[in-house]
Design a protein around this ligand. Structure first.
Ligand SMILES: NC(=O)c1ccc[n+]([C@@H]2O[C@H](COP(=O)([O-])OP(=O)(O)OC[C@H]3O[C@@H](n4cnc5c(N)ncnc54)[C@H](OP(=O)(O)O)[C@@H]3O)[C@@H](O)[C@H]2O)c1
Length: 234
């Protein structure tokens, strides 16, 4: 049985990946800052929960020690958005955003390199904003763009372990529920900005993650899961 660690696995896309992986017969480890939430989901799907905070290297090192008998795949969904204009930047939030998407996953690679089986893989999360500059998208854009390079360079560094990234467009993952009555507007605007005329669904992402885990001839790539949004000109 292959073992998969899903960081950020207690909610939204991470939780959906953990659920599907459990259904498909993987041994699932849910890594999250909120250990209670991870334990709750783990109990429901027959997984294990582990405390991992991408901002805290000691938790990453401890998780790697706990899983020292081997791991096949790591999926990391961690994200700490700081959606402001340049003049409004807060240094700590900026560092937090870069850490969740870039530095944290690098430290995951550092500590898990010895634990990952050579046939295994890492799946990182980028996002379409990396290719769509705009006011207020500076931090998200740069961190998502950096993830594309992280996948490339980490793939070369960790080979033969495969490293890839998924760059979703707007996905109704649960994360947007915080917008309350403004969510429908965001989803319809994003649907209009694609070639396929719809927003993304959680299942689109989960299907792509499950495919990447088995796509043994793909490494260092970013999969653009956004309905052709980057190609829509008008
Ligand atoms: N949904 C979309 O429309 C969309 C679009 C483009 C890209 N993406 C990317 O897809 C990924 C997943 O997004 P999502 O929709 O599932 O919602 P999300 O709210 O962006 O999920 C972020 C996840 O990261 C975790 N996290 C944040 N900081 C962390 C840290 N320091 N250590 C460990 N975990 C941390 C959160 O867990 P906590 O419960 O601890 O906060 C949560 O599970 C993100 O990278 C996001 O940028 C999503």
């Amino acid at each position: 049985m292959e073992r998969i660690l899903v960081i950020g696995g207690a909610r939204a896309l991470g939780a959906a990946v953990a659920r599907r992986a459990a259904e498909k017969g993987y041994e699932v480890v849910i890594g999250a800052r909120d250990l209670a939430a991870a334990q709750l989901l783990a109990g429901e799907i027959g997984a294990t929960a582990i405390h991992i905070d991408l901002q805290d290297e000691t938790t990453i090192a401890a998780a790697a020690d706990r899983l020292a008998d081997g791991i096949d795949h790591i999926v990391t969904t961690g994200s700490a958005p700081h959606d402001v204009r340049a003049v409004e930047l807060d240094r700590d939030k900026l560092v937090g955003a870069v850490t969740a998407k870039v530095i944290g996953p690098m430290l995951v690679a550092k500590h898990f390199a010895k634990v990952l089986r050579p046939t295994g893989s890492i799946v990182l999360f980028s996002g379409v904003v990396g290719w769509r500059p705009g006011p207020g998208s500076l931090v998200k854009g740069v961190t998502n763009g950096a993830v594309e390079y992280l996948a490339r360079h980490l793939a070369a560094d960790l080979a033969p372990v495969r490293v890839n990234a998924i760059s979703p467009g707007v996905v109704d993952s649960g994360a947007w529920d915080r917008l309350a009555d403004k969510k429908a507007g965001l989803l319809s605007k994003s649907a209009a900005g694609t070639l396929v005329g719809r927003h993304g669904e959680t299942e689109d992402v989960v299907d792509t993650v499950m495919w990447l885990l088995r796509a043994g001839f793909i490494s260092g790539e970013t999969i653009h899961l956004e309905g052709g949004a980057r190609h829509k000109t008008a």
